[in-house]
Design a protein around this ligand. Structure first.
Ligand code: C2E
Ligand code: CA
Ligand code: CA
Length: 783
């Protein structure tokens, strides 16, 4: 079946059929035209035969008539005729007969007696014998009158038929003395000679009352079919398709009619044609191998370029895309071949694109983890001292949430660009949202820190988006190759270093084994924190907030610490993030608030009138019961709501604004003071923050620490103060470490100040001592 479906086979079959059809057609046409030619030929032959017969017959008539006339004028013959010497007359008559080789000579006397009748016959040896005819000496069969010689030219004698002409013998004036006539026999010999002339079988037939009598015919005896065919034709003019037939009626012979006929059987004709056909068929058969060969060559030549294309397509399918597809053939196939080349290029391009996508990050077009694995595999094989620097862009989630993902994407692209510019020797990859990797084939540890500082500066360059100016920073974790390290280990180490840097608020950290120990400790802490809260291992330290205009301490900020039985004092930055991640923030904050209330009440007893600020985190605002609990616990302890301020960082609101705003509104409605902590480190604008129900703004310490040295910090702080005041917010500046800063802020009408210059966070006892010793103590009515 497959063979039959092949194009070459089909074309081959088509050409074979076509060639056969053409040959059959030409054969049929030749056959048809031959048939026509033959028919024409036959009818010509018949016409010619008719003419030949007619002229032959008439010639004989005329010849006989002319000779009879000549003989009748012969004096010698006349004399002997008159003499009545019958013997000499017969001799003379015979002499005349011999001159024209007539087969019958008759002389009739004026009295109507046959005085001479000579019949010439040929014996078996072909010798002529002359006999007296049976009518010799008898009465002549016809009435003798002047019309006599016009009578039928036929004479039937002794079963033989003669064609005869008479002439009158006259003596002297015009007295008739008798008649002489000469005749030729109508027999097989005549028929044969006719056949020789015409090429048709010939013969003569007497028809008397539908009875046919054969007079003579060419060739051998007539068959029964021939007899009946001829009889039908002569009598009824009925033709037979197996024969070509001609006949002519010659006249009456004693009541019967004499017919000459000529015919030929069609099978004889076909026999002649057949040899032609055999030639044709022979030619046809001879053409068969030629046709097959020709068809084979043609089909082969048509399908060869297609086969070439198939071969090349198979070659391409094996992944060889760089080949040029060509065929040495027609315009169409050449075009098809060039389309193949185009298609191949398109596949190649797409395959490269797919491969590219598999190994690159679509947003930045930077290599991804797959590519990092691929490239580093070769580095590690050649034992390069490779380094991995894992980079985390800080606060990128905030950018996404506050400014939208489109801006977030732009920021990521810009960071990617800067990373590439700054580290031409590194393979810069993007792993996920805010995580990049700089992979170095070989790297010196001592020069690395210089590089990281430069990189931080470059990334920190302001990035403007519409009217927002963003200043980006990253935290980095670095790991250097150690013996037998794999990429996975290097990445894990870099990540450990990164987490360590984040926790310790460092710009970067280079991995060493000690850090892993810290992370282990971290795990332990997670488990211990729950118990720590329950077993009262936490303590609150207090840091004063100075009312700048009055130079009195009116508030303190409560800052938590963990007095670990073995590890000593643990700073909040270490365990607060853990508490946040392990759902322990609620119990921690409740502990802090309870403790702050208790302290407030203690100070009240001591006559110290001071409000306490407590830090609350995003986790607290997610708890629906939280604000009810705060209000209730204050009421239960008879603590006025004005004695408590809640500090919230803006990202606590950002993660679930709806729920957060609901809670904050309720707290505010119940009279609690709300303060925005770490203002300036997030991306919210002041106008956005004003949507929140807040009273106070705490400018982040990063703008205050070097306020006197940094003019741009001064600009930021000044404008923040102006804007906040115009919005009706009070401002707290934290991180005041020197007097000039304190004075500068006082001058600019900042409401409150907090910082190491005044005091570090202190346990309650120590705080009391500090307060007593300081000039900032608020005079209470009691003292
Ligand atoms: P924060 O709320 O911004 O607290 C102020 C931090 O700045 C305190 O660090 C304080 O010691 C430090 N600080 C104050 N003045 C200066 C200064 O002049 N110079 C410098 N260099 N630092 C100064 P601390 O106590 O380590 O607290 C760190 C953070 O831990 C806090 O930042 C706060 O976010 C969190 N935290 C502390 N206690 C609690 C708490 O009870 N609950 C919650 N949710 N978070 C807390
Ligand atoms: Ca705070
Ligand atoms: Ca703060």
């Amino acid at each position: 079946m497959r063979f039959l479906n092949r194009l070459q086979t089909r074309i081959f079959a088509f050409f074979v059929l076509l060639l056969f059809a053409v040959q059959l057609m030409s054969f049929w046409l030749t056959y048809q035209s031959n048939q026509q030619l033959e028919d024409q030929h036959v009818s010509n032959q018949l016409a010619v035969a008719g003419l030949v017969f007619e002229s032959q017959f008439n010639n004989r008539n005329n010849y006989l008539a002319a000779f009879a006339e000549t003989a009748a004028k012969d004096f010698g013959l006349k004399e002997i005729f008159i003499d009545g010497d019958s013997r000499s007359f017969l001799v003379a008559l015979n002499n005349h007969r011999k001159r024209i080789d007539a087969s019958l000579a008759i002389a009739v006397s004026a009295e109507g007696k046959v005085i001479g009748q000579l019949v010439a016959k040929k014996n078996d040896q072909g010798k002529e014998q002359v006999e007296l005819g049976s009518e010799q000496g008898k009465d002549f069969r016809y009435q003798l009158d002047s019309e006599f010689q016009q009578l039928s030219p036929f004479y039937l004698l002794d079963g033989k038929l003669y064609q005869i002409k008479f002439s009158v013998l006259t003596s002297g004036g015009s007295s008739v003395i008798g008649w002489v006539g000469f005749g030729f026999i109508i027999d097989d010999v005549l028929a044969n000679s006719l056949r020789q002339l015409t090429g048709l079988d010939s013969g003569f037939m007497l028809n008397a009352d539908s009875k046919m009598k054969d007079i003579g015919h060419s060739g051998s005896a007539l068959t029964l079919t021939e007899q009946s065919v001829l009889a039908q034709f002569i009598e009824k003019d009925q033709r037979n398709s197996d024969y070509i037939l001609w006949q002519q009626s010659l006249g009456d012979v004693q009541g019967a009619s004499l017919h000459a006929y000529m015919y030929k059987s069609r099978s004889d004709l076909l026999a002649a044609l057949q040899s032609q056909w055999l030639q044709q068929i022979g030619l046809l058969l001879l053409m068969v191998p030629f046709s097959l060969l020709l068809a084979f060559i043609i089909s082969g030549s048509i399908t060869r370029p297609i086969k070439q294309l198939i071969e090349q397509a198979k070659f391409i399918a094996k992944g060889n895309y760089d080949s040029q597809v060509t065929v040495d053939s027609s315009v169409e196939l050449t075009q098809l071949a060039s389309e193949f080349t185009v298609m191949q290029q398109a596949i190649l391009k797409r395959e490269r694109e797919i491969a590219h996508q598999a190994f690159h990050d679509p947003l930045t077009n930077l290599p991804n983890l797959n590519e990092l694995e691929r490239v580093s595999a070769t580095w590690l094989m050649s034992h390069s001292t490779m380094a991995i620097c894992l980079i985390n862009i800080r606060r990128l989630t905030d950018v996404n949430v506050t400014l939208g993902h489109a801006v977030g994407d732009d920021v990521i692209k810009e960071v990617a660009r800067r990373l590439c510019v700054m580290s031409p020797k590194a393979l810069v990859c993007r792993l996920s949202g805010d995580e990049f990797v700089l992979a170095f084939e070989s790297c010196e540890q001592h020069s690395f820190e210089v590089f990281l500082n430069q990189l931080q500066q470059q990334i920190g360059q302001p990035y403007q988006f519409q009217d927002v100016i963003l200043s980006l920073q990253f935290t980095a974790g670095v790991s250097f190759y150690k013996q037998d390290a794999s990429l996975v280990t290097l990445l894990r180490h870099a990540d450990t270093a990164l987490q360590y840097a984040k926790k310790n608020k460092l710009d970067y950290q280079i991995y060493d084994a000690n850090i892993d120990k810290n992370t282990l400790e971290r795990f332990q802490l997670i488990n211990e924190l729950k118990l720590a809260i329950e077993q009262n291992e936490l303590v609150l330290f207090y840091q004063p907030k100075l009312h700048l205009a009055s130079q009195k301490v009116t508030h303190v900020e409560a800052l938590v610490r963990w007095m670990h039985p073995k590890k000593g004092l643990i700073p909040p930055d270490t365990f607060i993030p853990i508490a946040e991640k392990t759902m322990q923030m609620n119990s921690l904050t409740r502990w802090v608030i309870n403790e702050a209330i208790a302290q407030y009440l203690r100070w009240q007893q001591m006559g110290i009138e001071i409000s306490i600020a407590v830090n609350i985190s995003a986790e607290n605002l997610k708890d629906e019961q939280f604000c009810h609990w705060v209000i209730n616990v204050l009421a239960k302890n008879n603590v006025p709501v004005s004695a408590m301020t809640l500090e919230i960082t803006e990202d606590a609101v950002v993660s679930d604004p709806e729920q957060a705003v609901k809670q904050l509104n309720m707290l505010r409605e119940n009279g609690l003071k709300l303060s925005i902590d770490d203002y300036g480190t997030g991306y919210s604008s002041l106008a956005q923050l004003k949507q929140l129900p807040v009273d106070e703004l705490k400018i982040d310490k990063s703008f205050v620490l070097k306020l006197m040295q940094d003019e741009s910090d001064q600009i930021i702080v000044r404008s923040t103060l102006q804007l906040a005041h115009s919005l009706g917010l009070t401002v707290v500046a934290e991180g005041i470490e020197d007097k000039p800063t304190l004075d500068w802020l006082t001058e600019l009408k900042c409401e409150m100040g907090q910082g190491f210059y005044l005091s570090r966070p202190l346990p309650a006892e120590q705080f009391n001592q500090w307060l007593m010793a300081s000039p900032y103590q608020k005079e209470t009515s009691d003292h």
